[in-house]
Design a protein around this ligand. Structure first.
Ligand SMILES: Cc1ncc(COP(=O)(O)O)c(C=O)c1O
Length: 396
């Protein structure tokens, strides 16, 4: 075990950009078309083929995709939308932006994904939709969720910000979706364009509405107007948003998509090394994967501190890793504890005990394709050192 402190800080997450992406961006810069145009259209086509959906609509973020999916499905003021508190603010804020109320329900204690039984218990006559989140790269229990949605006539907008490459029962998330699926290409994501997102669906009506809504409600976007053969005439069909992807993002996205399998192989390799190193380490629980998650995207590698074996809090554990120059993060602070939702809807500590228990004990360790084997080994040695010392403190 090497316990010498590394000189450079090891970030918990970094994008993997090669000369292939850089050259594609340079070519696009030189092409004279920077806004939404041929690259975006090509990326949308390739992305739809990759995940197996009929339509893919490039946007500037997953936040935009989540918002537009709900609007296109007709969610609005007075409606309720059920989601998980174990997620990023985007999943709930976009519900509020439609005028609807986010109704949080607790998570499955094994996976951290939304608990379908809790969805059923919280359906009211106002419930219009469900926003399940494929948390960390683990698949939600989609068969049960869609069964509930069909029985109660609810729309499903899957948040797959972490779920690109995740498989549910042998099929990729986004393969023939019954509702919509939103992906994030934010800088930390498995496919990174800095900022960016994609909405996929098999529903033509939703796809058409989404295309109009993301460019101010215009009947023709810039590519349709300014390219050869385009017409300057357009109508504003409804007051929409400026949410579209543009060609520099798409240039990055196209090359990242080509390299996705290779990047995923490295993520899987690192996750396996971590699992092997930590599986017998009392004090640390490795991620539990549901049997229906037939492929985990390993967007995040989340371990839990087990206080029965070690005398260290999650926060101290993070500080100890930071002292050894290892970056970490916590996914997530449950949303019902945030003032924006507490103050508006009266949520409070104790409302979702399983999510709260998760939050108390979780840490996301560094996992990304450009980590070297010695980076991975350094994290393992640091974790083992901290856990061994704090296990001794427990005995004393
Ligand atoms: C679960 C989840 N949903 C949605 C988002 C929003 O993604 P974006 O930054 O692309 O809007 C994130 C971002 O980290 C996320 O983690």
């Amino acid at each position: 075990m090497n316990l010498d402190k590394r000189k450079e800080f090891l970030s918990y997450c970094l994008p993997d950009i090669t000369s292939s992406e850089i050259n594609e961006v340079i070519n696009t810069l030189k092409s004279g078309w920077l806004a939404k145009g041929p690259k975006t259209i090509e990326f949308e086509k390739r992305f739809a083929e990759y995940v197996g959906s009929k339509y893919a609509i490039g946007m500037n973020s997953a936040t935009a995709a989540l918002h537009i999916s709900l609007l296109a499905a007709g969610v609005g003021p007075g409606d309720e939308v059920i989601t998980t508190p174990m997620t990023f603010a985007a999943s709930a804020n976009t519900i509020i932006h439609t005028g609807a109320k986010p109704v949080f329900v607790d998570v499955d204690p094994e996976t951290g994904c939304i608990d379908p039984d809790e969805i059923t218990k919280n359906i009211t006559p106002l419930t219009k939709a469900i926003v399940p989140v494929h948390y960390a790269g683990q698949a939600c229990d989609l068969d049960t969720i869609y069964e509930i949605s069909e029985k109660n006539n609810l729309f499903v907008s899957e948040d797959a910000a972490h779920g690109l490459y995740t498989e549910y029962k042998g099929r990729m998330i986004g393969d023939c979706p019954k509702g919509t699926v939103s992906y994030s290409f934010y800088a930390t994501k498995n496919l990174a364009t800095g900022e960016g997102g994609m909405l996929v669906t098999d529903n033509e009506e939703i796809a058409n509405k989404a295309r109009v809504l993301i460019t101010h409600g215009m009947s023709r976007n810039a590519w349709n107007r300014y390219a050869k053969g385009g017409s300057w005439m357009y109508d504003i069909q409804e007051p929409g948003y400026k949410y579209n992807m543009f060609d520099l993002q798409a240039a990055l996205g196209l090359k990242q998509l080509e390299r996705l399998s290779e990047m995923q192989e490295r993520r899987e390799e690192i996750a396996e090394i971590y699992n092997e190193a930590f599986k017998c380490l009392d004090g640390i629980e490795i991620p539990k994967i549901s049997e229906y998650t037939t492929n985990h995207s390993w967007h995040l590698y989340i371990v839990k501190i087990n206080g029965e074996h070690v005398n260290i809090s999650r926060d101290q554990f993070i500080t100890e890793l930071a002292n050894r120059n290892v970056g970490t993060s916590v996914h997530f602070i449950p949303l019902h504890l945030m003032s924006a939702y507490r103050d508006r809807y009266g949520y409070k500590l104790g409302d979702f005990p399983i999510a709260e228990k998760w939050f108390e004990n979780i840490v996301s360790l560094p996992l990304y394709p450009t980590m070297t084997n010695s980076d991975v080994q350094y994290v393992i040695d640091a974790v083992k050192d901290i856990v061994t010392r704090s296990a001794l403190m427990k005995v004393i």
